[in-house]
Design a protein around this ligand. Structure first.
Ligand code: M6R
Length: 612
């Protein structure tokens, strides 16, 4: 959830750290801090509650701290309220060691009590400070920083990515990781550590992904990586295939709007290399036909919007594969005695590839003997590396906390995988197979058509933004799509919202519909359109105001019932949610804009959820 960055080199560290933190602010934004070391000033630390601009002002854009070695942190609070003291970096009692941490130290209380008995005084309420103090303790004991880090790592339990500097090592930065992402970057004027490539992409595209249990020592000219026994490890270098412009707003007022607008291109990049001569080709997976034919059960595991992709895919895959597909919230999966064996395919979906719940569920599925296939956006992320197979959504970096283009690319990739499996199993008619492939190929143009009507949605947002409760209703694929529309709206506009299966409303929830309640009625699934319209009539009869989303073909029919209608181009039912969701994303965006919300960094949230 938090973002960490570190630099050691031949340039002033503070401006580089602040820039890196700004690019990673979506990982957490309740406080931030940096520590920089110089020969003359020693270790200097500045921390501030609030957004990064507060720290920028406090440090005069970094000019207040001098030195070419430093670490920085942007926080999403877990232990201890967001304030200046709990902000990172944390400093050991003698002021010689500074540490930034992403993750959670589970046994921190026990260590803290032990250190207090030894006379150590703590400044903050955090689990992270315990590690800084424990480091000082072991460093005092053994007199070697690397050895001290090794001892600390053997003592602590939980998840971590650390950046560490010590006043006695003026030219070295130490990194360590377990279950929290950490990359190392090779720059021309120095080397970097960061939670995320976005923090260093301005300086280098040459990176190494640290693995669990590894420790690294960075100097201006070298990076050495060791395993948990402090034995040197050879690491593979990766070249990041996107550049700094992909992680900037490019003239848009918000990353979210930019990312919504990027969807046609992101979908094109995800689909087109995987369709050849009208067939789906998944070069990068090792699922053999023999294995596929033996699949008896499929789980899709994910959180949040990725879970909603799973909900859409359940309908599509059961239609195509004629196999049971169960969609599980990752946070529930491993506590539910899942029925996994070697004939179970477990598909995990994650934009970040770092979501702890999803990762833990995937590990459990593997432990039970299932075969895992990860659908991931971030190249080299933990889930991507641990899964048996991985397929990337080529959405590019997604910065806004509310996902849009990653969701869309996950949807189409799941359609491709569904087709691929159905083809192997022989459960899809060739006419249907070809129709879906054709629709996926032309989807980018159809998405462009939807995005060309952004003003209509802007208008509806200005008409409805002051509602305080909004329902999304639909049947089948529309119901699954409504879940995403509802989440998008609540996470960035803070309006209470619920998604409901239209047919289920009358079993209780319809009691909440009263005069003026806004209902967003989704009617893009042609097979159930008439039934959906009946449900619109039901809520209208109870005073609801209805904004309908349907297809061009059914606009006229919907207009006879709903108060307002948004129409998207027609597609094959399997692909239709990819078009229907876009007005919902835009609606959420413009409603939040009207309400003056902080769209890219909604309250209480962070982009990558690396705590359970
Ligand atoms: O990175 P992941 O796809 O694993 O993230 C899962 C959810 O945390 C994420 O989709 C979240 O719900 C988004 N903020 C929704 O916009």
């Amino acid at each position: 959830m938090c973002g960490i960055v570190g630099f050691v080199g031949k340039e002033e560290a503070a401006p580089i750290l602040l820039d890196g933190l700004e690019r990673m602010e979506y990982r957490g934004y309740d406080s931030a801090g940096i520590a920089v070391r110089s020969e003359q000033e020693g270790l200097q630390v500045k921390k501030a509650k609030g957004r990064l601009h507060v720290l920028r002002e406090l440090t005069r854009d970094g000019a207040e701290l001098s030195g070419t070695l430093g670490i920085g942190h942007t926080r999403w609070a877990t232990h201890g309220e967001p304030n200046d003291v709990n902000a990172h970096p944390h400093i050991s009692e003698n002021g010689r060691i500074a540490l930034v941490h992403n993750g959670i130290i589970e046994n921190y209380m026990e260590i803290k009590e032990h250190l207090i008995k030894q006379g150590v005084t703590f400044a903050s309420d955090t689990d992270s400070e315990v590690v800084a103090q424990l480091l000082e303790f072991h460093y005092h004991e053994c007199g070697n920083m690397l050895e001290a880090v090794g001892r600390v790592l053997r003592r602590i339990e939980g998840s971590y990515a650390f950046g560490i500097i010590c006043a006695d090592y003026p030219n070295a930065l130490i990194a360590a990781r377990k279950d929290s992402p950490l990359i190392l970057g090779y720059g021309e004027n120095g080397n970097f550590l960061a939670s995320d490539v976005t923090a260093v992409i301005k300086h280098t595209r040459d990176v190494v992904y640290m693995d669990d249990g590894e420790i690294a020592v960075l100097t201006a000219d070298s990076i050495d990586v060791f395993d948990d026994e402090l034995i040197p490890v050879d690491k593979k270098h990766h070249t990041v295939d996107w550049d700094v412009s992909a992680a900037e707003k490019g003239g848009y007022p918000h990353f979210m709007l930019k990312e919504i607008m990027e969807q046609p291109e992101a979908v094109r990049k995800t689909v087109s290399p995987r369709i050849r001569d009208g067939r789906v080709v998944l070069d990068d997976v090792a699922l053999t036909a023999d294995y596929v034919k033996e699949i008896s059960r499929i789980y899709i595991i994910a959180c949040g919007s990725s879970y909603h992709v799973g909900m859409v895919s359940k309908y599509n895959w059961e239609r195509l594969l004629r196999r049971p597909v169960e969609v599980c919230l990752a946070s529930e999966f491993r506590y539910s005695a899942p029925l996994v064996d070697e004939h179970t395919l477990v598909v995990v979906i994650s934009q970040s590839g770092e979501t702890l719940d999803t990762m833990a569920a995937m590990r459990e599925a593997k432990r039970l003997g299932g075969r895992t296939l990860a659908i991931v956006n971030v190249v080299g992320s933990s889930i991507a590396r641990e899964s048996d197979d991985v397929l990337y959504t080529w959405a590019g970096p997604e910065i806004a906390v509310a996902t849009t283009k990653a969701y869309s690319t996950q949807l189409v990739l799941m359609d491709l995988v569904g087709l691929y499996l159905a083809d192997v199993l022989g459960t899809v008619e060739s006419a249907e197979y070809s129709a879906i492939v054709e629709e996926l190929a032309v989807l980018p143009e159809k998405l462009e058509k939807v995005l060309a009507h952004v003003e209509d949605i802007q208008y509806f947002a200005s008409r409805y933004f002051n509602h305080d409760s909004i329902f999304f209703i639909g049947r089948n694929l529309d119901c699954a799509m409504g879940m995403e529309g509802s989440l998008k709206l609540k996470e960035i506009s803070y309006i209470h919202s619920e998604a409901y299966a239209s047919g289920e409303l009358k079993h209780g929830t319809i009691s909440l519909i009263e005069h003026g309640t806004l209902v967003v009625a989704l009617g893009t699934y042609r097979a159930l359109l008439d039934k959906s319209i009946s449900n619109v009539v039901e809520v209208k009869a109870r005073g609801a105001e209805v904004l309908a989303v349907t297809t061009d073909e059914f606009r006229g029919k919907m207009e006879k019932t709903a108060d307002a209608v948004i129409a998207v181009p027609e597609s094959h039912p399997v692909v239709q949610p990819s078009l229907g969701v876009v007005p919902l994303q835009l609606f959420a965006y413009y409603v939040a804009l009207q309400r003056g919300c902080d769209i890219d960094k909604p309250r209480n949230l962070a982009k990558s959820v690396t705590v359970e």
